[in-house]
Design a protein around this ligand. Structure first.
Ligand code: FO1
Length: 341
């Protein structure tokens, strides 16, 4: 069964571990080999991954959500820190900070830098991000086809009141608006400055990445991971042509609530939802996504137990949503499949 997942962030990567377990793969292993031909099996699972978090730092292209998938799905992610590599060291980052180099609030681990060097070298040689991601996957064997939502650069920027604003003596002027790169808002300010709006810079000129439209057209089931609806799923839906492809897809589309009792498990989905005036609840997110029968995204929506959620045009079911381990997450996927029938 071919499953295509819209995914971003750390939650999305953890969800993909469960999707792999659900289709019978070792969650931390590769796609295995075809029992007949003995060749590497083509993964049954494809993830369309947000690359709006990407940032160019020290001349390197960093793709946090794609790297979360690569590292998590091959078992080398640091699940305590929540991002980056296990057994990481920070020698280069410390040296960069000692030079006063840019963005000391965004630390690149030494092992992680190797990924960015290889990726940047290939991008500079003209390879699209989708080809670069496939090349990195050859080493990591994530067991899932990882597709950037777009091969063009899209950057999420966050409009806030300028945090560095110093009113002049006697001046009563308020702080002007500034656009921060998402990563500065997310890591330097911990999403602590109210976001006035999110801008997906470059989205208008972008197109779906290689393989994305096909992954939606050929899926037997499309899942929306319990990722941040605004800054992980939002940028994916902002790529021209993607919403239309989702509406036209033959497969059912089932989302998983990223909130339990109105709280995100990690990250700052609450701050993001507040910024777009969406209630921080499963109902709020479900209605924000909307029913596909009315031009929205969902046919079904899986919410945590005990949540009273009604969304016109969307079938809702309850299930335990704590992704404690791949098996627990696989049970969530089974519940999504049930909903899709
Ligand atoms: N998150 C932090 O809170 N602080 C960091 O210094 C940081 C560095 C970093 C480097 C590479 C990378 O792939 C991710 C990194 N993250 C860091 C996490 C990142 O902000 C998030 O993973 C996503 O962008 C949010 O989904």
């Amino acid at each position: 069964m071919k499953i295509t997942v819209l995914s971003g962030g750390v939650g999305g990567a953890k969800f993909l571990l469960g999707v792999k377990a659900f289709v019978g793969l070792d969650p931390f292993g590769g796609a295995g080999t075809d029992p007949v031909t003995g060749e590497a099996a083509t993964p049954d699972v494809t993830a369309i991954v947000n690359n709006g978090d990407d940032i160019r730092l020290h001349g390197l292209q960093v793709c946090p959500d794609l790297d979360s998938c690569l590292y998590t799905l091959s078992g080398v992610a640091d699940t305590v820190r929540g991002w980056g590599r296990l057994d990481e060291t920070w020698t280069a980052a410390a040296e960069l900070a000692s030079y006063g180099a840019e963005a000391p609030w965004f630390s690149l681990g030494d092992k992680d830098i190797a990924t960015h060097l290889v990726r940047t070298r290939m991008l500079d040689a003209g390879y699209p991000l989708s080809a670069v991601t496939a090349a990195l996957g050859a080493k990591w064997q994530p067991g899932v086809t990882l597709l950037p939502m777009s091969d063009q650069r899209i950057e999420t920027h966050v409009v806030v009141s300028d945090p560095a604003f110093e009113p002049g003596p006697g001046s009563t002027a308020g702080a002007p608006d500034v656009a921060l790169h998402f990563q500065e808002w997310w890591t330097r300010y911990r999403a602590g400055i109210p976001a006035k709006r999110f801008v997906f810079v470059g989205a208008e000129e972008a197109r779906p990445g290689a393989g994305v439209l096909e992954a939606l057209a050929t899926a037997d089931l499309i899942l929306v991971a319990p990722s941040n609806p605004v800054v992980s799923i939002g940028p994916i839906l902002a790529v021209p042509g993607l919403r239309e492809a989702l509406l036209a897809a033959p497969a059912r589309i089932v989302g998983v609530s990223p909130l339990i009792a109105g709280k995100p498990l990690r990250g700052h989905a609450d701050a993001c939802l507040a910024a777009i005036d969406v209630e921080c609840s499963a109902q709020g997110v479900g209605r924000h996504y909307g029913a596909r029968s009315e031009g929205g995204l969902l046919d079904g929506f899986l919410v945590a137990e005990g949540e009273d959620v009604q969304i016109p045009g969307v079938r809702v079911a309850e299930a335990p949503l704590l992704m404690m381990d791949p098996q627990a997450t696989a049970a969530m996927v089974a519940a999504c499949l049930e909903l899709s029938r």
